[in-house]
Design a protein around this ligand. Structure first.
Ligand code: KG4
Ligand code: ZN
Length: 349
C-alpha cells in the first residue's frame, strides 16, 4: 500500500509517501518555521498554525513530486492527531481528512510520539533498517518530550520513564534564551560546548531517577540551577533579566559545556537503569531533535558498546519532526488493518 503521511503537531509541516508493500520511503518534504519563530525565542502557536495552513498543500504536493507518485495512487492518508498544539494538529487533520474523503482513500490517525519511536527504522536512502530487531529501548528526546519506551513490536510499546516537567530540548532552549543566544538552543549550545572540549566547569546538580519502578527525568530544577548560578556570577538579574555585559563569550561556552556534560550524565544514568531492568533488549534507539547532538550520541554509544547493545540513530532529517515517521507508522497500521473512520479527530490535552 502507498501511504501519504502528514505531520503538523508543532511548527514543522511535513509530508511523505511510504510504500508499505516494498518497505520503502519514496519521498518526503518539510517546511520548517524556525526562521519565523526565532525572533520570539520560541514557537508562537497561533503563527505556527496559520503558517501551516498556508504551506500544507505545497508540502504535500512536493512530497508527491519527490516520490513521483500522483495523489490518486495513494491508498491511505496517515495524519498526526495527537499530541501537539491544537491549532497545528487541526490543520493537518482537516487537510488529511479532506484529501481522504475527496479521493476516497482510507484514513489513519497517528500518535506523534509513536512516530518518533519508530523513526529509527528510517534510513537516509529511504530503505528500512532491517538490523533493528525487537525488543529494543527507544529514547525519545525533543523540545516537547523526553521518554524511554520498551518496544516489543510495531505499535507495541510501553512507557518505562518520562520527564515529570520540562523536556530536555526545552531546557536547552530556555537556557539558550537566558544566555541571549538564539532559538532553538540545542545546536547552538553544542557548538559552544565543543569549543571548550565538553569540560564540566560548573558541575550543575544531577537530578535523581525519581523511583525504582519508574525512570523519571526532571529538567526544570536544572534550568533553575543554571539560572541561580548565573545570578551568583552577576550575569543575570531576577528583576531585569540577562546582564548583557557580564555574559562573556567564555561564560557562554562554560555554561553550554557544563550543561551538556550534566545532560550526558543524566541520560547515561537513566539508560543504564533501563538496560539493567530490561537486559534482553537487542538495541537502543535515540530519536527526537536532541538526538542530532553528536556529544550526547557519543555518550550513549559508549554506554551501549559497554553493554553490548546496538545503538541506532535515524538521520537528522528523521530525528526532528517529519512526515516520514508518520507515513511509516501509517504503513504498518495499514498492513495491520488498523484504519480510522471519518469521525477521527485531534485528541486535546
Ligand atoms: O523533534 P524536534 O524537531 O521538535 C519537537 O518535537 O520538539 O526537536 C526540537 C528540539 C529543540 O529543543 C532543539 O533545541 C533540540 O531539539 N535540538 C538539539 C540539537 N538540535 C536540535 N538539542 C541538542 N543538540 C542539538 N544538536
Ligand atoms: Zn516531536
Amino acid at each position: 500500500m502507498l501511504i501519504l503521511g502528514i505531520e503538523t503537531s508543532c511548527d514543522d509541516t511535513g509530508a511523505a509517501i511510504f510504500d508499505s508493500t516494498h518497505q520503502k520511503l519514496l519521498g518526503h518534504a518539510l517546511f520548517s518555521q524556525i526562521a519565523m519563530h526565532k525572533r520570539y525565542g520560541g514557537v508562537v502557536p497561533e503563527l505556527a498554525s496559520r503558517t501551516q495552513l498556508e504551506k500544507i498543500d505545497v508540502v504535500v504536493a512536493e512530497a508527491l513530486t519527490n516520490a513521483n507518485i500522483p495523489l490518486d495512487a495513494i491508498d491511505a492518508v496517515a495524519v498526526t492527531n495527537h499530541p501537539g498544539l491544537v491549532g497545528s494538529l487541526l490543520v493537518g487533520i482537516c487537510f488529511g481528512k479532506g484529501i481522504a474523503f475527496a479521493h476516497k482513500k482510507k484514513l489513519i490517525g497517528v500518535n506523534h510520539l509513536e512516530g518518533h519511536i519508530f523513526s529509527a527504522f528510517l534510513q537516509a536512502d529511504g530503505s528500512i533498517n532491517q538490523d533493528l530487531k525487537f525488543p529494543f529501548i527507544a529514547f525519545s528526546v525533543s523540545g516537547g518530550h523526553t521518554a524511554l519506551y520498551l518496544v516489543k513490536g510495531f505499535g507495541d510499546y510501553t512507557v518505562i520513564g518520562h520527564t515529570i516537567d520540562d523536556a530536555a530540548g526545552e531546557a536547552f532552549d530556555k537556557i539558550s534564551k537566558v544566555l541571549g543566544l538564539g532559538y532553538p538552543g540545542g545546536a547552538i549550545l553544542e557548538k559552544l560546548a565543543s569549543e571548550v572540549n565538553f569540560e564540566d566547569f560548573f558541575k550543575y546538580p544531577r537530578t535523581k531517577p525519581l523511583g525504582d519502578d519508574f525512570i523519571g527525568f526532571s529538567f526544570s530544577g536544572l534550568k533553575t540551577a543554571v539560572l541561580y548560578d548565573l545570578v551568583n556570577r552577576g550575569a543575570y538579574s531576577m528583576a531585569t533579566g540577562p546582564i548583557v555585559e557580564a555574559i562573556t563569550p567564555e561564560l557562554r561556552q562554560q555554561v553550554a559545556s557544563s550543561l551538556l556534560v550534566c545532560m550526558g550524565d543524566i541520560f547515561e544514568k537513566r539508560l543504564k537503569l533501563a538496560l539493567k531492568r530490561y537486559p534482553d533488549v537487542t538495541a537502543v534507539t535515540f530519536v527526537g531533535g536532541v538526538a542530532c547532538n553528536k556529544y550526547l550520541r557519543q555518550r550513549l554509544l559508549k554506554l551501549c558498546t559497554n553493554n553490548k547493545k546496538q545503538l541506532v540513530i535515524a538521520p537528522p532529517a528523521f530525528c526532528v519532526d517529519n512526515g516520514a515517521m508518520i507515513a511509516f507508522v501509517g504503513g504498518y497500521k495499514a498492513e495491520q488493518g488498523k484504519f480510522d473512520d471519518f469521525n477521527l479527530d485531534i485528541i486535546r490535552p
